[in-house]
Design a protein around this ligand. Structure first.
Ligand code: PSV
Ligand code: MN
Ligand code: MN
Length: 424
């Protein structure tokens, strides 16, 4: 299904008066609200194909109704999100969950929804049917060179799929690690990973980026071969200028200071991008901003500071992507909520009075510095984000419109109750 522009216009007209009142109230308080709105309009956050179906838990999966069972349907779903918020203009594919058999046809379909292809992701954390060697004991770090080669070849194949679709980056996340002391020789595992990544890097087109994702633990519980930003940065630095560290917010040990990690990676020119989500305990993959919205704001505060310092374009300087997946809520609503939360954090961070903050820091005026940040964070920027959506032709309230139009009900009619998305 495709949304009709009239449906969005009608929805916006019905909310117009109340929205205008709220917007005028906050716009009067902000110095250059137009500049904030322009930045919000330009900001796009890619949607992962694997988040469009209901996510599983470690103990089971409860499929939602009308899930997208083909790549075409996944593109259709992201098209719906983008029509509703005009901020989800790209899809990130995971191979082999999403094999584009006819790349041109898939590309044309995406273009008809005004979508492009973000990073492609390889998968060496599961065995696939017909595969010669198992990844049970790892992939790029494996003790057996034949397994490493199979995993390298898979990544090169993923790059080829991405090239055919117009992607410009490959994200590598490895489940490689160990669950018991003594199982692995850490240095050999790291060296094997490096040389495997070097082979993948050699196959990277010159205008592509390689994102090295890290994760503290899970599925292994004693060690992970790329466990933290230090190990990822080490690999990315050894690989070369096209390699970067990717920060998935859920991949840290509890209470890690992610905003500080972000600021240093950005300073070093090695921050590739994000997998946004939120968590209470570990890699919970909850809706962005649902648990720790202040952390999300503080990350954006560092991003703006660092992007400006490096002269990078806020909208295109880094890879912005969601990696959340829900097992209770409708995945499409969940994604709308995540995109909204990310934009709210961005808008709040844009309000920070950076000149005064700098001055307060120079004077060691802790209270003033804290007040400046909290003042921005406690500003209700929802009408500004809604105004940016309205001006881009999106819905003032995407979740309300999704519900009012019974989008899920229509998808169920088209696809059936039992249609199941590929993924975890
Ligand atoms: C692993 O936890 C991860 O965050 C990686 O990005 C994977 O590609 C993704 O989740 C999907 O399982
Ligand atoms: Mn991730
Ligand atoms: Mn994860």
């Amino acid at each position: 299904m495709k949304l009709d522009i009239n449906q969005i216009e009608q929805h916006n007209a019905s909310l117009s008066e109340a929205h205008q009142r709220k917007f005028d109230f906050i716009a009067n308080e902000i110095k250059d609200v137009e500049a904030v709105i322009e930045k919000l309009q330009a900001f796009q956050i890619a949607i992962p194909s694997w988040a469009l179906g209901t996510g599983g838990t470690r103990f089971g999966r409860f499929n939602g109704p009308g899930e997208p069972s083909t790549l075409e349907q996944k593109i259709e779903d992201v098209g719906l999100l983008h029509a509703l918020n005009k901020s989800s203009g790209a899809i990130s594919l995971h191979i082999p969950w999403d094999i584009p058999t006819d790349a041109q046809k898939i590309k044309d379909l995406a273009a008809s929804y005004d979508l492009t292809f973000d990073a492609v992701n390889s998968n060496t954390f599961q065995d696939q049917a017909g595969q010669e060697f198992s990844y049970k004991y790892g992939s790029l770090h494996h003790v057996d060179a034949r397994v490493r080669k199979q995993a390298v070849d898979h990544n090169i194949e993923v790059i080829k799929h991405g090239e055919a679709l117009g992607s410009k980056s490959l994200t590598v996340w490895l489940a490689d690690g160990s669950s018991f002391p003594g199982q692995l020789n850490f240095r050999e595992a790291f060296q094997n990973t490096l040389s495997s990544l070097q082979e993948i890097y050699a196959a990277l087109p010159s205008d592509w980026k390689l994102f090295v994702e890290y994760k503290a633990f899970e599925p292994h519980f004693y060690s992970t071969t790329i466990a933290d930003w230090g190990q990822s940065l080490l690999l990315a630095s050894k690989l070369g200028d096209q390699a970067y560290t990717l920060v998935d917010l859920g991949h840290h040990l509890p209470n890690a200071n992610i905003e500080q990690i972000v600021s240093l990676l950005l300073m070093e020119g090695k921050l590739g991008g994000f997998h946004f989500n939120d968590s209470k305990y570990a890699d919970d993959d909850l809706t962005a901003g649902s648990i720790k919205p202040y952390q999300l704001f503080l990350i954006f505060n560092e991003l703006i500071d660092g992007l400006d310092a490096r002269g990078l374009d806020h909208a295109t300087g880094l890879g912005w992507m969601i990696d959340a997946s829900h097992n209770l809520k409708d995945p499409l609503v969940d994604l709308l909520q995540s995109v909204d939360a990310i934009k709210l954090a961005y808008a709040q961070a844009l309000l920070v009075d950076r000149v005064s903050l700098k001055q307060a820091q120079q004077e060691n005026n802790i209270i003033k510095a804290q007040e400046i940040l909290q003042d921005a964070f406690r500003t209700d920027v929802r009408p500004i984000v809604a105004e940016a959506r309205k001006r881009s032709g999106a819905a003032i309230d995407p979740v309300a419109l999704f519900t009012a139009l019974n989008v899920r009900g229509q998808l169920v009619q088209e696809r059936g109750e039992k249609s199941v998305a590929t993924g975890l």
